[in-house]
Design a protein around this ligand. Structure first.
Ligand code: P1T
Length: 382
């Protein structure tokens, strides 16, 4: 089956033999499942943290979309990341990661996992050689976000996965920005794809969730054990919302991309917008890599508002259709200020060195009419 067919059907095939033939999977709210025999669950389910039919349907859908053998759904993107890190890493292990990462991922490693003896080095992962230089004897994991949040830089997944494998480390790719529709890290050699399901996969800003997709059976079994042992599972209702949202992922991604491209071009020609960062622009320094490893360019872009903080605040205060809010990937357009919002936990010095200055704003371009969005930005930029 092709992507758009899987997005509608995978995990939700009507069961006419033992079920009632629901075309849409019910929201199984039961916390526990009765059995006939004390030794084993009768229909495969025992307790809803361990396994739930609605969550299972979503996990089948997510694996189908990433073309992976397995998927696991969690209460948030960060819950997925935490479970992955606590499963793979041990005290004394080291991680090499992109220096430009979602602020929450960075915070998890720097402030929380460090207390358990896990260390992390941040490198400019645009350059494969920098990642190689970051390796130590105890490096167990390479953590990439590509394109990155919020600077939209890329890492070469194929080259880096090869390097990591040779050195005995696993490669994790946070694929949130592209969604499985535009990029499939596992096909490029990565071991695990991470998603904040909150974003494009669910797509309607009404549910928080996360997922891990992978094809290695042993690692899957360890993760599944910890999904239950740590307990950061996705609820049945959120699983339903993600299933529902994911059906239109291909349609939404095409429209996000079309609108983002129009907006990127508009911003390029606007005197008050500087350093427009969108991987679909020929002037993006990694345009060739973007074309090679992605099937599209997505709906995320960032740029600098010319002037100082007062001009940035004025712009953010004047947009009307774009809501000033964290998060991304929903049908509605959002704008945010990484330095004070999503990346406020990154120390100012490091932030500025990376390019996350006070001038930087990030757009999550929704599926509204592009002319209205451009008009909104034009008025706000003034
Ligand atoms: O918010 P949560 O579902 O826990 O996902 C965390 C996460 C992981 N990876 C990436 C690339 C992300 O962008 C996020 C969450 N990001 C935002 C809330 C944001 O506004 O950037």
């Amino acid at each position: 089956m092709k992507f758009a067919t899987k997005a509608v059907h995978a995990g939700e095939e009507p069961d006419l033999d033992s079920g009632s033939g629901d075309v849409v999977i019910p929201i199984h709210l039961s916390a526990t499942f009765a059995r006939k025999d004390v030794d084993k669950p009768t229909r495969g389910y025992e307790y809803s943290r361990t396994g739930n039919p609605t969550r299972h349907a979503l996990e089948v859908r997510l694996a189908a979309l990433e073309d992976s053998k397995y998927a696991l759904a969690f209460a948030s993107g960060l819950a997925a990341e935490t479970t992955l890190a606590l499963t793979v890493l041990r005290k004394g292990d080291h991680v090499v990661a992109s220096d430009d990462l979602y602020g929450g991922t960075r915070r998890l490693f720097v402030h929380t996992l460090s207390r358990f003896g896990v260390s992390i080095s941040f490198v400019d992962a645009r350059l494969t050689s920098r990642v190689m230089d970051g390796f130590r004897k105890n490096t167990k994991m390479v953590w990439l976000e590509t394109p990155t949040n919020p600077l939209l830089t890329l890492s070469d997944i194929r080259a880096l996965s090869r390097v990591a494998k040779r050195r005995g480390a696993i490669t994790v790719v946070d694929n949130t920005f592209m969604s499985p529709y535009f990029q499939n890290p596992l096909k490029l050699g990565a071991d695990v794809a991470v998603h904040s399901v909150t974003k494009f996969i669910s797509g309607h800003s009404d549910s928080v969730g996360g997922a891990l997709m992978l094809s290695d059976k042993k690692l899957y079994e360890e993760l599944r054990f910890n999904q239950n042992a740590l307990g950061a599972i996705l609820s049945p209702f959120d699983s339903f919302l993600a299933l529902r949202g994911s059906k239109t992922l291909p349609l939404r991604m095409e429209r996000h991309q079309e609108n983002a491209m129009k907006i990127a071009k508009f911003l390029l020609s606007h005197p008050k917008a500087k350093n427009v960062r969108y991987p679909g622009l020929k002037i993006h320094p990694q345009f060739n890599l973007a074309k090679r490893q992605m099937k599209g360019f997505g709906g995320m872009l960032s740029f600098d508002v010319d002037g100082g903080l007062p001009e940035v605040r004025r712009f953010l205060g004047r947009v009307k259709i774009f809501a000033l809010a964290e998060s991304l990937g929903g049908v509605e357009s959002l704008v945010e200020h990484p330095a004070s919002m999503t990346h406020a936990s990154v120390p100012r010095g490091e932030r500025v060195k990376l390019g996350i200055t006070d001038n930087l704003v990030r757009l999550s371009v929704g599926i509204e009419d592009a002319d209205d969005l451009i008009h909104d930005l034009a008025v706000a930029l003034g």
